[in-house]
Design a protein. Structure first.
Length: 101
């Protein structure tokens, strides 16, 4: 087996006072410290009518739900989702969320 695909559903809340655009999507990080960016053609693999983060606007004070698809090696384990604070674009604060596998 070469790899596997992981679909992550997540919500982004914009707690700032202005609309924000998400230019860089969150990464997945495995137990070996390897980092994985979202799959470029993820729109083909998410549920119909759902959104990916690509250049999506998040209005001030409102949450938005997104999906991202990641391709990871078959041996990847201990996967964590790297979320960041929207308020700190140039010096972001990251939080790792354990995906449970």
């Amino acid at each position: 087996r070469d790899g596997k695909f992981i679909v992550v559903q997540f919500k982004v809340s914009n707690l700032t006072n202005k609309e924000e655009r998400l230019f860089v999507g969150p990464k997945l990080i495995d137990s070996k410290g390897r980092e994985f960016n979202h799959y470029d053609h993820d729109t083909f693999y998410i549920p119909k009518g759902k959104k990916t983060m690509s250049m999506e606007a998040v209005p001030a004070g409102l949450p938005r739900e997104f999906y991202a698809v990641y391709e990871v090696p078959a041996d990847a384990s201990g996967l964590r989702f790297q979320a960041r604070d929207l308020k700190s674009v140039f010096s972001p604060n990251y939080k790792l969320i354990d995906l449970g596998f």
